[in-house]
Design a protein around this ligand. Structure first.
Ligand code: UDX
Length: 435
């Protein structure tokens, strides 16, 4: 008989995992402590913008394979394999990750676990967490409950694709039995490179992957700083580097840098954890990676200020983009919003447009100005800032946009526009890391 799966925590990761596992043919029960979220999911509504996911959710609700609950008891009675997908946000005022949601899932679930089962952690955690939780489980539930760690690498905007066609799977296990269960569960995915390891290595794979990606982005952004000083062009530099197969072109796009719910908090949590382990020197470079990333935002504000006469007072600024990256409505640690907020604080009249993240941005920063199209955001602007590289912005017609602005000043924070096209349409075009 196939395993029955549960998913604890129905945020980005959990909602995606639950729907996709049902799509693979499993019976899945999702749980969240947020009753309103569960109600929405039951109705087939996603709280997030994720291409393709809502259809999968609705299809599997309709065929009865996917259900949602707020009852830990029901989950415990139903499941053979329980996936833990709760968040591990940055602690307030500290670099470390807050793992209290994980502890609370284990404490709430364990007392009801009377049948044999496997608990599988997917959340991104400080190394050592799995070992600690395994001890906790053994104390509360007993030896019939085992823990495994199975980090998740999905990207927002590609969550379905990354879940159903992962480039690799990592199992941190303490027994052959746990490995066998996980192999069975993921068998419907077909051949996927799989690394079977211990708990700490599995946990570290995720931290290391995100640290590497963040470092790659900050590397090219550090080159952008040097290019600015040397009057060189970082975009051409990046293109030239990308042809070296050892380097590769992905995550080498210079611009406003990284944000989102993962990379910034994960590199900070990684540094904090290394410090606790006495290995802080190994990761001091990540402090620099973080600092380079934050300097890009400051540089963007400086460039915009220069273009409007060294002060934002009495100046109108059109902002294109609020999401931390295109094809997402996520504004967590968004570089774009950060820049918009700073300019607002310096007295600029800011009007923001984003194809998906407008409602989220407005909720978080109600005092900034918002518009429902790129043209409306740019109307009367002394400078237009492209801060998230939505295709809709890349496709903008410089003449059409030029007709509504007050002055044809463009700062391209994502190196997404063709400089020549914009300059020949009479725009004063500036970009990060380019002459
Ligand atoms: C990331 C990891 O990619 C994923 O594996 C992990 O599971 C979660 O964190 P995500 O947060 O969805 O995923 O975003 P990602 O696509 O990685 O982009 C992160 C940020 O880097 C964005 O703000 C993006 O704009 C920025 N970025 C990316 C650059 O500035 N330059 C690049 O070349 C690539």
């Amino acid at each position: 008989m196939p395993y029955r799966l549960t998913v604890l925590g129905t945020g980005y990761l959990g909602a995606t995992h639950a729907a996709c596992m049902a799509e693979l043919g499993f019976e899945v029960l999702g749980l969240d402590v947020d009753a309103a979220k569960i109600e929405r999911l039951r109705r087939g509504e996603l709280p997030i913008h994720e291409p393709g996911l809502e259809e999968i959710l609705q299809r599997n609700l309709a065929n009865g394979r996917l259900r949602f609950t707020t009852s830990y008891q029901e989950v415990a009675e139903f499941g053979d394999v329980h996936f833990v997908c709760v968040g591990t946000p940055q602690k307030k005022g500290e670099y470390a990750a807050d793992v209290s949601y994980l502890d609370s899932v284990i404490d709430s679930l364990a007392p009801y676990l009377t049948r044999e089962c496997l608990i599988v952690g997917k959340s991104t955690v400080p190394v050592g967490t799995a070992e600690r939780l395994a001890g906790r489980l053994a104390r509360i539930a007993g030896p019939h409950v085992e823990l495994a760690w199975n980090p998740e690498f999905l990207r927002e905007g590609f969550a379905v694709q990354d879940t159903l066609h992962p480039d690799r799977i990592v199992f941190g296990v303490a027994s052959d039995r746990a490995e066998k269960i996980l192999r069975d569960v993921y068998a419907p995915l077909g051949e996927v490179p799989t690394v079977v390891t211990d708990y700490p290595t599995a946990e570290l794979v995720k931290s290391a992957a995100n640290a590497f990606l963040a470092t790659k982005i900050s590397f090219i952004n550090a080159m952008a700083e040097v290019c600015e000083a040397a009057h060189a062009d970082v975009k051409q530099l990046s293109t030239a580097l990308s042809y070296d197969e050892r380097i590769g072109g992905r995550f080498l796009n210079p611009g406003l840098g990284f944000g989102g719910g993962c990379l910034p908090k994960d590199i900070r949590a990684f540094m904090a954890r290394a410090g606790e382990l006495g290995a802080d020197q190994a990761l001091t470079f990540l402090r620099e990676v973080d600092a380079i990333n934050m300097r890009r935002r400051a540089r963007m504000v400086d460039l915009a200020r220069e273009l409007v006469g060294n002060s934002f007072r009495e100046r109108t600024v059109g902002v294109l983009g609020a999401a931390f990256k295109p094809n997402s409505d996520d504004i967590r640690d968004s570089p774009a919003l950060d820049v918009a907020v700073t300019i607002g604080q310096e007295g600029g009249r800011v009007t923001i447009y984003d194809p998906a993240a407008l409602a989220n941005a407005r909720r978080m920063h109600p005092t900034l100005g918002y518009a429902d199209s790129a043209l409306a955001a740019a109307r009367g602007a002394d400078v237009v800032l492209l801060l998230t590289e939505w295709q809709e912005f890349v496709d903008l017609d410089p003449e059409e946009l030029g007709a509504v602005v007050s002055v044809r000043n463009m700062v391209d924070g994502r190196n997404a526009l063709d400089a020549e096209t914009w300059r020949s349409a009479g725009w004063h075009y500036r970009a990060l890391g380019r002459p």
